[in-house]
Design a protein. Structure first.
Length: 94
């Protein structure tokens, strides 16, 4: 019980446009009312899906993400509609 509570407190929930490090993340929420997000959902990106931030453009925008063997570039303006949680490499299930 205490471990679960501590894990909830220490979660690093953020919007995708706020991340600073490449790595693996889990999608928690998506604003499907946004056209760009509904297109990502059509491609198979849904809440609960794991994504990997692969590359950032030299000026920071756009970023490249990978999910379900798809590589997609997404603008930071659109990335703000995705809420993600960092996945530690030891807990990664891929």
């Amino acid at each position: 019980m205490q471990f679960t509570l501590l894990r909830l407190i220490l979660k690093q929930i953020m919007q995708l446009n706020q991340i600073k490090d490449k790595g693996h993340y889990k999608v928690l929420k998506m604003d499907e009312s946004q056209r760009c997000i509904s297109r990502l959902m059509d491609m198979g990106l849904l809440p609960g899906e794991q994504i990997r931030v692969r590359h950032e453009a030299p000026l920071g925008d756009p970023i490249s993400i990978e999910f379900r063997d798809c590589h997609v570039s997404i603008r930071l303006k659109d990335a703000e509609y995705l809420e993600v949680d960092y996945i530690n490499d030891s807990t990664e299930s891929k």
